[in-house]
Design a protein around this ligand. Sequence first.
Ligand code: G6P
Ligand code: ZN
Length: 582
Amino acid sequence: MVVFKVSRVQTSPFDGQKPGTSGLRKKVKVFVQPNYLHNFVQATFNALTAEKVRGATLVVSGDGRYFSKDAIQIITKMAAANGVRRVWVGQNGLLSTPAVSCVIRERVGPDGSKATGAFILTASHNPGGPHEDFGIKYNMENGGPAPEGITDKIYKNTTTITEYLIAEDLPDVDISALGVTNFTGPEGPFDVEVFDSATDYVKLMKSIFDFESIRKLLTSPKFSFCYDALHGVAGAYAKRIFVDELGAQENSLLNCVPKEDFGGGHPDPNLTYAKELVARMGLGNSETQGEPPEFGAAADGDADRNMILGKRFFVTPSDSVAIIAANAVEAIPYFSAGLKGVARSMPTSAALDVAAKHLNLKFFEVPTGWKFFGNLMDAGLCSICGEESFGTGSDHIREKDGIWAVLAWLSILAYKNKDKLQDKLVTVEDIVRNHWATYGRHYYTRYDYENVDAGAAKELMAYLVKLQSSLPEVNKIVKGVRSDVSNVVNADEFEYKDPVDGSISSHQGIRYLFEDGSRLIFRLSGTGSEGATIRLYIEQYEKDPSKTGRLSHEALAPLVDVALKLSKMQEYTGRSAPTVIT
Ligand code: G6P
Ligand code: ZN
């Protein structure tokens, strides 16, 4: 058995190791600097405290992007040196973010051990490869991202760090082969276990959904299906779940081989980046070959995001969570006893609010970032939640879950079509249009201005805050642009008081709220790695069922006009059009 020594290596701080909305994300060339990753990992161990780290069981894996394999070896050696008892690695270093959350909560090791936390190696939906992004974040014992109290400590530690611990002579572990490797260090045994990436997650999904009814749908000649993993880690789960368990055709999987650079693409499931799927589904301007499938979905790099499509039909993420919530009790066994409550992030449309009101459910509006849902879930206040940023999920884990969302939609389709599969199929589009007819429709769009000069973005935001002090002034501008848009009746910056721990998060987005329920929201992204990304969210509610069938961009044109002029978008950013519209 290999006996390793612990080295104390002198180091000094790097600027800017502040974790964002979802961990530390930087270009690979930043991460590969000597000591850069080491400093962040040691700062994390120090924030968790030595007592908690000693004897811990740590999961270390991610979406398989470039630099992950090296990072896993480095973190393993540092974990050994810091007294961690065992490290669990998904085969080939692959675990989706939701699977990590599941593994922390559910997996029991061969010796009865349970995980205490995880390093997730991902930059989510950002591109990967030697010239693109890498990322790392820490998740806690509940399976959710570290709370701000911890990430603030991590950051503080990165600014004062002087040394880190590493077992330099620990040999690299072969992460392609399943099994346990045993080592011994100064504090006793240290093991690395490589385990199958999908088993625990598949088991959890089978305990939530009625796989038999989904299988009937997926194998019916009336139904057709397509799933695009955009070469992210979702591919490691898609074949096991959709093909092996549920009987989908193998050729219904697109880009399902995980790649270190996501095949050179941008692994973000939206109408701009999921090009191949969008074309296959008969959407966009591209020529479609043959009849599009009835259902299509895509995932991002680490498989926590989802995009749901019907034949020639896009489901907005805001509608998706409302529709899942409205149908969950009937269609998904896990929820058959009822929902504890539902929640959405502030910029997400109010479609969920309306459904919650009809269904008499507890409802919460939280700032952007999944961690805010986790607190509600741990307190038993929330069963289903979602965000406009293509994240949907439930309290089965503490991360959003892309494949779960697809299974939720397939369950609803299976339920709506039960006994009817021989007649005309109830489609995704039918389900959405029926939902609008019952609850009204929230027309919704998001404009992203990516990689804008950070100073200019700050100035634009400051200007919008300043403008809020005089509503008459705001309304003069609004009416000057479009007289057919209603009045702004309230304007503020969103602030959230967590109902569970009482903590306050301020400056969570600039809101302009209109008399007819429309909203304009401006926010700076917390997940970019270069410059600033301005997000503009535009929403308008239509209750009249005879008016819910309009084209979204036509219905929203007046508000878009107002938003661009009100914010002086072009003046501040120099951009005449957004980078991405969703
Ligand atoms: C990550 C988080 C989400 C959040 C999103 C916001 O994906 O997990 O909870 O909605 O980032 O990203 P943004 O770029 O808008 O800050
Ligand atoms: Zn993601």
